[in-house]
Design a protein around this ligand. Sequence first.
Ligand code: KIV
Length: 264
Amino acid sequence: MNKKIQKILLKKNKSKIVSLTAYSKSIAKILDQYVDIILVGDSMANVLYGHKNTHKISLKNIIQHTLSVKLGVKKSLLVVDMPKGTYNNFKSAEKNIKLVINETKCDAVKLENNKKNYKIIEKLTKRKIPVMGHIGYTPQFKKKFKIEGQTRSETLKLLKEAKLIQKAGAFSIVLECLSPHSAKLITRELNIPTIGIGSSFYCDGQILVTDDMLGISGFYPKFVKKYVNLNRIIAKAVKKYSREVKLKKFPKIKNFLNGTKRRK
Ligand code: KIV
């Protein structure tokens, strides 16, 4: 088994798993120093491309961004979100996932669950393709946002889903927007680590969309903690640059290229 995946599995019940999303090398390089898992999420559809959902992001988009992210990753586990429509049946899932793995050399892929793809996950994991599951609010398949697992019967359904994904061979599972009670029960009942987003502190690890926690996406639901307001910091720097160019304060003689090295 991939050593990075082994390391993640060993953290269950010992130490929390830290995960964030990345879509480019520069961000990935920073994250790589502090996180266990970097996800090239299809959330790039909303965050980068301004789509109203994640449905239209293509395999080509995902591969292109993963190639960039890969350049910044040395130690973290690199997981790639498979876009909607790329794993409708085993044949297309295998073809598309192999393309992603071969082109990007990522470590694993993530598949959102639609309650029909257990067999697909099982066949993939039997062929040694590492799969991360994803249940709860799964934007590829659910039209309306809702906190999942608020009643006992919903919780039991989610637990069954999670167990089937584990049985199919997934090495971990994202729990998105689950009630604390459901997240606690599922985390306790599974042997594989759970990674929560909007699902309380009971999960084995946490993931956030990096642009949200850095304050650049403009999307700040209650479960996101904005660790910095990067929008404000960037705006301040750009305003200063703009003023200096107009006032001919930039560039200065020290910024002239004679005798200095240019970036290749
Ligand atoms: O696409 C994404 O960023 C995700 C995370 C929110 C888990 O799937």
